[in-house]
Design a protein around this ligand. Structure first.
Ligand code: HEC
Length: 158
């Protein structure tokens, strides 16, 4: 009788082991996973080897690509969103009609914005209406607060 080679023997051994593991492993693999533990909030700070890492949260100004709906929104979206997002104007403090006219003129003359002269009044009207809707303090998170700009009218005993 021919003696089986080492290769044949080890192949048989590996095969037998695989069959055995499959047989044993199968029932276990059907055990339902334990219910997910509620995730604890991350620790506010972690320290190790003289270093401390603290979590913090920051309020970034939102970046709106398009101007929100309103009268002439289509005109301003067609003319004023090709170079920068709407946030560039939306994050300005409230401006008057004259100031917005100057702003649009600057876009056209300095930055060569391809805005038809006929569209300027509608754009200025949109921006001015937007400024009027802003409360005195504006959406001003991005601007530095100027206490003089918002006088205290709360009527406290002062
Ligand atoms: C040709 C490109 C271009 C177009 C189109 C354009 N802008 Fe600008 N805009 C610029 C550039 C460049 C800046 C300066 C960006 C900077 O300072 O980082 C800017 C800045 C601004 C600012 C910030 C204040 C300032 O003066 O820097 C506002 C507000 C603004 N644009 C509004 C508008 C409005 C409204 C329109 C549509 C009439 C418009 N932009 C169209 C290029 C453009």
């Amino acid at each position: 009788m021919k003696t089986p080679s080492i290769g044949t023997l080890s192949f048989g051994f590996v095969g037998a082991t695989v069959v055995l593991l499959l047989a044993i492993g199968a029932p276990n693999s059907r055990v339902a996973p334990p219910p997910a533990a509620p995730t604890a909030p991350p620790p506010p700070s972690v320290s190790a080897r003289g270093f401390s890492l603290a979590s913090t949260s920051v309020d970034l100004p939102t970046d709106e690509g398009q101007y929100p709906a309103g009268p002439h929104a289509d005109v301003i979206n067609a003319n004023c969103t090709s170079c920068h997002s709407a946030s560039m104007a939306l994050n300005q403090p409230p401006l008057s009609g004259d100031q917005w006219t100057a702003e649009v003129t600057k876009m056209r003359e300095v930055y060569k914005a391809p805005v038809a002269a006929a569209d300027v009044p509608a754009i200025v009207a949109y921006l001015t209406a937007m400024s009027t809707k802003q409360p005195g303090a504006a959406k001003g998170k991005a601007q530095d607060p100027d206490p003089k700009a918002a006088p205290d009218v709360s009527g406290g005993s002062g």
